[in-house]
Ligand binder design. Structure first.
Ligand code: NAD
Length: 349
């Protein structure tokens, strides 16, 4: 039985616990939150035996094998490092860290500890995405020439997920001082991973623009200065020569959480729309190419990140996406920020 501790018992932690509960051979044994009362209530609600108010207390008093770090972005590194040093396997929420140099610390520590490390780029659970990666890798689409990848959310113009003006869980996402890199760090990380994983390629150059819109009097609510970007736009060239755009916004009225990808190669195209389905994608290739006819394909089932994490611990073989992948994606986000600041195209090393 693999014993898992949940670090950070806010909004997303519920999904982690529900997913781990579905997996045979693992058990969530502890919840940790700097807000002790929140940790206790969370543990009570989910039938978790022990609640702690810090990672150091967890390490001192609890018998566990692995941890899932679900704190706000600014605390991922601070919480994960002691866990890794203590030899615990770690699944960490995205983005691994606010900047790539910090993410690198986790890569190094995980390597030194020799433990399983994964980053929760959760849209990898789409079996359609997994199959698209395999199709592209097989060469069936030929070289990738062009792509468009969008992640659209609506929580700023609407109250679809509650009123962001009064909710700590949304306010820290709007504030650089609270470790947020805005929509770019929050969901730009997902769509960058999704696009480059689908294209089976890495980013060579980035030309990015970020925009922070006026949202409240004095651009501040209480301790939260509302200075993190709400719309992000990247023009990207891939190492293999393909070009495309990666966009993310929180201002997409009517689109609560939409991810779409259009990917075009020399010999065919693929369309993925996660609003429609996580299992299906559309493809135009072969005999259909000249007719521009699209075929809908149902992908074979594939495991979630939580299942991958637990089976990696059991097998000792680290599945993807690992911390190295989290670090690589972070470098693209850092390049976008640099490009926006310096108004020039950035080449990644
Ligand atoms: N992969 C996904 O699809 C996905 C979806 C939503 C959120 N997330 C990520 O999950 C993380 C948490 O997001 P959320 O929406 O649950 O935030 P949240 O603000 O609702 O919850 C975070 C919790 O962490 C606690 N916390 C803060 N510092 C801590 C520390 N040092 N030690 C222990 N607990 C601490 C807070 O008190 C809070 O209860 C973020 O990194 C976010 O980007 C990922």
């Amino acid at each position: 039985m693999i014993k898992v501790a949940v670090v950070g018992t806010g909004g997303m932690a519920k999904s982690h616990v529900e997913n781990f509960k579905k997996i045979k051979g693992c058990k969530v044994v502890a919840g940790v939150d700097v807000n002790q009362q929140r940790a206790e209530e969370f543990c009570k609600t989910h039938g978790i035996a022990q609640a702690y108010s810090s990672v150091s207390d967890l390490l001192k008093s609890c018998d566990f094998d692995a941890a899932t770090v679900v704190t706000p972005d600014a605390f991922h590194v601070g919480c994960s490092l002691p866990l890794l040093k203590a030899g615990k396997h770690v699944l960490c929420e995205k983005p691994l860290a606010p900047v790539a140099s910090e993410a690198k610390k986790l890569v190094t520590a995980a390597k030194k500890a020799g433990v399983i490390n994964m980053v929760n780029l959760s849209y990898r659970r789409s079996c359609a995405l997994q199959e698209i990666n395999k199709i592209v890798a097989s060469g069936k689409l030929g070289a990738i020439r062009h792509f468009e990848a969008n992640y659209l959310q609506a929580w700023l113009p609407s109250k679809i997920w509650g009123d962001w003006r009064t909710c700590e869980g949304w306010l820290w996402r709007l504030s650089e001082g609270h470790g947020s890199k805005g929509v770019l760090g929050d969901v730009g990380v997902h769509i960058t991973d999704l696009a480059t994983f689908a294209a089976n390629d890495s980013v060579k150059t980035v030309n990015g623009e970020l925009k922070t819109f006026h949202k409240a009097k004095g651009d501040r609510i209480g301790e939260y200065k509302l200075d993190a970007n709400d719309s992000a736009y990247m023009r990207v060239e891939l190492a293999g020569g393909g070009v495309g755009t990666i966009c993310a916004t929180r201002w997409a009225s009517g689109q609560p959480n939409s991810l779409t990808l259009r990917l075009y190669g020399e010999k065919g195209g693929i369309r993925l729309d996660l609003d429609k389905s996580y299992d299906e994608y559309e493809i135009c290739m072969g005999a259909n190419l000249d007719k521009c006819k699209w075929q809908t394909v149902k992908a074979r089932k594939s495991p979630s990140i939580y299942e991958r994490f637990i089976s990696s611990i059991k097998s000792g073989k680290n599945d993807q996406p690992d911390f190295v992948r989290g670090w690589e994606v972070q470098k693209v986000l850092d390049a976008c920020i640099k490009s926006d600041k310096e108004k020039k195209t950035i080449t990644l090393r």
